[in-house]
Design a protein around this ligand. Sequence first.
Ligand code: ZN
Length: 327
Amino acid sequence: MGMYPRKCKPVNEGCPKRPFLTSYKTINYGSVFKKVLAYHPQQTLQKPVSCSGIGVHSGKKTSITIKPAPENHGIRFRRTDLPGTPDIPALFKMVVDTSLATVLGSQGAIVSTIEHLMAAFTGIAIDNALVEIDGYEMPIMDGSARDFTAMLKEAGCRKQEKPRWFFVATKPITIRDNDKYVTVEPYPTFRITCSISFTNPVIGTQKLVFDLSKDNFHEDISHARTFGFIQDLKYLQMFNLGRGGSLDNAVVIDNDRVLNESGLRYPDEFVRHKLLDCLGDFALLGMPILGHIQTYKSGHDLNHKFIKTFLEQKDAWETRPVEITSP
Ligand SMILES: [Zn+2]
């Protein structure tokens, strides 16, 4: 372990310990032949990539640079505008607020509105990256994860030596809040089913089943934008929040119509964005889940309550690398 810089702690602080392994194991079938089974390896980027844009709540412009990082580093944010450039690991225990956006904090530094970039990391299967940012709020871009995903794809993935570790669900867990719920149950791959139900006729009831595979996140999920009601936007702006919010970075609904001139990007863009938000929230586990997650009318708050319960119920999952089963 001498090759890892001291200040890089293992990625999953607060999560079960992840031992250091190589990504292959050798099974000895007697002395005649050996079969080598490959595990899913950890991945980082091939090169740094940058972008800039305004924060949806602050209205302030920030720039980010996403850099490759070593194995077991995880995703970390670094505030380059602050003295000592503090790092904030993208882990559940660093969450300090979820009322309007997911906010992480550490050593007096915060970084806000991280969920769409975190979803892109999950969608493209990036385990290790350093996100440098020169302010406290992530750029909202177009309100989706499209630009972040395109950036990560442009940077390219680099496979690393060590295996990726997963939370493998072994028993069902459910949490409820009135009729809302989040549940996970054992499943051989990662599947997520999201359902939403609004009285507003533009949204109504929508359900989506999504099996994350190599290339479907960019096309099927990443373009789905945040949505809101015109009256909520006005309300937020009364309190000096949502200052960067506009038709350029959200689907805005006024009663029975969508105000954006170009309309929707998918007929069910709303549930696709909910699913994107869920992927971003669950990314804060620090490791992907192998299991089937189902959410009904869930939001950041309920997702975070679920993650807390999940981490506490240590008899309902195990952590281990997972063999690659299909070509
Ligand atoms: Zn969102």
